[in-house]
Design a protein around this ligand. Structure first.
Ligand code: SF4
Length: 694
């Protein structure tokens, strides 16, 4: 096939690696290539990326707004849809006040769209509450970074994966979840030790040099015991601790409460394994720690993230090539959501509760200071609780599918029943959530619009528009503007008239913040450079395009020092019992599946690469004891519900544990609604279930 000379470039809208893809042929998959000179993926992509466009061409796309009537969903024109939205939401707000409506958004739309939605809803419409589904994937790391470093700043560049001689993955499975990141581990020429701490022998654990099959939810105790061992053996960096941290003495006393033998037994590991792990950290010259949802989605995800950061601080493994306490985000624009969605942070990582910061942002945006709420939004699950309690009556859901993903999925129906008005904005009108909507708004897909995503290593990547959306579908940006104008915010959003204009506003807001990107001149600059990581303040030259943070060992607390933060581990609220004797672990199933499969499920090639029915992985000994053979139908029951799955026998699953992939609608009928008390992130990764052959 002859390729046109000038492809357009988009950023993959699946995972947080943020691979750039050159699209030569907008109508088919054959014209998609990994962008050769892009520093993140260097020409590579995984199967999801190579098939990015196909689900956008599906007949199932929404092409016109739809309103619920007695006869079912009926089409209506955009202006009518915008008026209906405005009228219903305003009526509710007039009667019940500004806290009676809220929005739930996503990590899948562009940074500019997130910012416009957050600003419009809060500064324009007067909403107080709005959160993103990013709460479900990395809120724990966000809080941990703020407490430890003084700002939400994942410190690494993707090249650190190649420069490390000891890589420690905790609750992370990059072979499946972040495949292009794993490619860098394979490209590492230092013959690295690759350590995986995970209850399951995941694909990453199979490829690692060391696997520690820790008991579910004992990781926090394990990390403290390792810290204690490092301290006892004096395998710590005294100079670094002295000059660049606070809180070491108290942490040393705390870690001493985790003696080797007792903790090893608690974690289901041998004493020798803990000693080996501590020695690996000690002997590594450049040790990097990586974690993701196995840590974040926990009843104490914040403190577990902090315990990982503590190990990096103890050993001075930060700010140098191949080191770092590195949380990997999930969705393509989770990082955009963390800093620029105007939900828990005021735009640009500012603080809603700080009067000075509100004044600063108001002045930059040329809005009245009283338009900025003086508190952050309620978190996702509290918004849903407020709906259930009848206090929030109007809900706007953008680009996310909680009827499928919510940890308390059964309870989601009650939530929707309580609403007076549910508007769902999505590229498909037939997701589990969109089917419940009173009003459905058809949105453009990522390749049908312009804007930026920020990837896991803080890199702004530019999405060029490849093709038009189908029918009357509009970019989320245009939908927000239309609603803003109908609402009466037309004057206010005049300056926010194109994605790049919003990019420029955000650039101004970022000035002086740790995420300062005032040096990025615009989209053309991003195209030319191959994306640019924050921080990039005005005046800085881009000498190289892989930059890690804290090379100067200055952290963002006022004294420039990082903090040791710790707590007493708590038992998971849901425990195994005689009735529910198996630990339930959930996670990503295969590299071909993404979240609720609303996109990957529409691609034949990807469907063929993953099971078409929900399966449950069971240890062969447990299966024998229960008379279960591979392929049998099995009832899996938890305190929340019961589902049926096909049995798969897996040596990599420890006895008395089972694994369910997260992508199937049934899975979250079983998960028990528990949340980290600080980050409010759901604890999807643990539960207790019973199995029965059907
Ligand atoms: Fe897309 Fe992630 Fe695959 Fe890259 S690794 S192509 S960003 S899904």
């Amino acid at each position: 096939m002859t390729m046109p000379e000038k492809p357009k470039t988009t950023i993959c809208s699946y995972c947080s690696i943020g691979c750039a893809l050159d699209v030569h042929d907008a109508d088919g998959v054959s014209g998609i290539r990994g962008k050769a000179d892009y520093p993140v993926n260097e020409g590579r992509a995984c199967d999801k990326g190579f098939n990015l466009i196909e689900p956008f061409d599906s007949d199932e796309r929404g092409t016109i707004p739809l309103v619920k009537t007695e006869e079912g969903m009926e089409p209506l024109q955009w202006l009518d849809a915008a008026w209906l939205f405005t009228q219903r939401m305003k009526d509710i707000m007039r009667e019940w006040g500004p806290e009676s409506v809220a929005f739930l958004s996503t990590g899948q739309i562009t940074t500019e769209e997130m910012a416009l939605l957050g600003a419009l809803a809060k500064f324009g419409m007067g909403m107080v509450h709005g959160d993103g589904n990013t709460r479900q994937c990395m809120a724990s790391s966000t809080v941990a970074y703020k407490q430890a470093f003084g700002f939400d700043a994942p410190p690494y560049a993707c090249t650190d994966l190649e420069e490390s001689d000891t890589l420690i993955f905790i609750g992370a499975n990059p072979v499946v979840a972040h495949p292009i990141m794993w490619h860098r581990v394979r490209a590492n020429r230092k013959n690295p030790k690759v350590v995986v701490i995970d209850p399951r022998k995941t694909k990453t654990a199979q490829a690692a040099t060391h696997h520690y099959a820790v008991k579910p939810k004992t990781d926090l105790a394990l990390l403290y015991a390792i810290a204690n061992l490092l301290i006892e053996k004096d395998w710590i960096d005294h100079d670094f601790i002295e000059q660049h941290t606070e809180g070491f003495r108290a942490f040393r006393a705390h870690a001493a409460e985790y003696p080797l033998k007792l903790t090893a037994a608690e974690c289901g590991l041998k004493v020798e394994e803990l000693e080996e792990l501590a020695r690996l950290i000690h002997e590594g010259r450049a040790v990097s720690f990586w974690w993701t949802m196995g840590v974040n989605q926990s009843h104490q995800g914040v403190k577990t993230s902090e315990a990982i950061i503590n190990l990096a601080l103890l050993t001075g493994n930060i700010g140098r090539p191949g080191t770092g306490a590195n949380s990997i985000t999930g969705q393509c624009n989770a990082m955009g959501s963390r800093l620029f969605a105007n939900t828990t942070n005021l735009l640009g990582g500012h603080d809603f509760t700080d009067k000075k910061q509100r004044r600063k942002v108001a002045a930059i945006l040329n809005i009245g200071q009283n338009r900025i709420p003086d508190r952050a939004s309620k978190p996702y699950h509290e918004i849903l609780e407020e709906v259930r309690a009848g206090n929030i009556k109007g809900l706007w859901i953008v680009g996310t599918n909680p009827a499928h993903t919510w940890i308390d999925q059964e309870g989601f129906d009650d939530v929707v029943d309580k609403l007076e008005f549910l508007c769902v904005q999505d590229i498909y009108p037939n997701t589990a959530t969109a089917r419940l909507a009173d009003l459905y708004l058809p949105a453009a897909a990522s390749s049908e619009k312009e804007g930026t995503f920020i990837n896991s290593e803080r890199r702004f990547g530019h999405l060029q528009k490849i093709k038009d959306p189908p029918g009357q579908a509009l970019p989320d940006f245009e939908i927000f503007r239309l609603i803003g104008e109908t609402w009466g915010c037309g004057r206010w959003i005049e300056r926010w008239n194109t994605p790049e204009a919003v990019f420029r506003e955000l650039r101004k807001v970022s000035a002086g913040q740790p995420c300062d990107f005032t040096g990025i001149k615009g989209y053309a600059h991003l195209d030319e450079a191959g994306g640019i990581q924050w921080p990039f303040p005005a005046g800085q030259e881009l000498e190289h395009n892989h930059r890690r943070m804290f090379e100067d060992l200055q952290f963002f607390h006022k004294d420039g020092k990082a903090r040791f933060v710790f707590t007493e581990p708590a038992a998971p609220p849901e425990q195994c019992s005689d009735e529910f004797p198996f630990w339930l672990i959930t996670g990503r199933g295969s590299v071909a599946q993404w979240h609720t499969m609303s996109r990957t499920g529409k691609v034949e090639k990807l469907r063929k690469m993953s099971p078409d029915r929900l399966y449950v992985e069971i240890n062969p000994d447990d299966a024998r004891a229960l008379g279960i053979a591979p392929g049998d139908s099995v009832a899996v029951r938890s305190r929340c519900g019961e589902i049926t799955a096909v049995a798969e026998l897996e040596e990599g699953i420890a006895p008395h544990h089972v694994f369910l992939p997260m992508h199937y609608e049934e899975t979250n009928r079983l998960t028990f609604p528990v949340f980290d008390p600080e980050s409010h992130q759901p604890a999807y990764k643990s539960g207790a279930v019973a199995l029965k052959k059907l």
